[in-house]
Design a protein around this ligand. Structure first.
Ligand SMILES: [Zn+2]
Length: 164
């Protein structure tokens, strides 16, 4: 295992059968940094490169991180553990798809070299839930607003009691 280079050279890495691992921080990924509030926390990444059936370069990878995001029900922070893993086959043409079993996601006509950060970012973005929520039944912020608006009537209620 060695650190992950900044640029992925797909064919050369796959031919050599290289394995990489690195611990990044959330802030190393500009597009992810905007979505999470724990930007100093760790992002553990492992990538393995290999050639499948003598022709198709593949990347098997896993990512692990904690993401602190706003709960869409109560608007307080919620800490969700994300551990996306993926198996990608990079195809030159549609016919090559037959070389891979259905456990592979396929990408057609990828660049020969691409940014590691952007590649990991794309895999991470898919794993972040659209509407993150606490696993328990937290109080909806809409209900809270309703309670707050009820509170506003209290001064009048007190005034009425005084009159009586
Ligand atoms: Zn919540």
């Amino acid at each position: 295992m060695q650190g992950i280079p900044d640029i992925i050279k797909l064919f050369s890495f796959a031919k050599k059968g290289l394995n990489f691992s690195h611990t990044y921080q959330v802030k190393d990924f500009p597009r992810i940094k905007k979505l999470l509030s724990n930007i100093d926390d760790k992002v553990k990444v492992e990538l393995s490169f290999y050639i499948k059936n003598n022709v198709v370069p593949c990347i098997k990878g896993s990512i692990q991180l904690s993401a602190i995001v706003d709960c869409q029900r109560c608007l307080n922070e919620v800490n969700i553990h994300l551990s996306p893993s993926f198996k990608l086959g990079f195809l030159k043409n549609e016919q090559q798809k037959e070389k891979l079993d259905s456990s592979f996601e396929t990408i057609l006509n990828a660049d020969k070299a691409f940014s590691t950060i952007e590649f990991i970012t794309d895999e991470l973005l898919i794993s972040i839930p659209m509407s993150p929520m606490h696993p328990y039944k937290c109080q909806s912020y809409q209900d809270k607003e309703w309670i707050n608006s009820q509170d506003k009537y209290h001064p009048f209620a007190t005034l009425k009691q005084l009159k009586d």
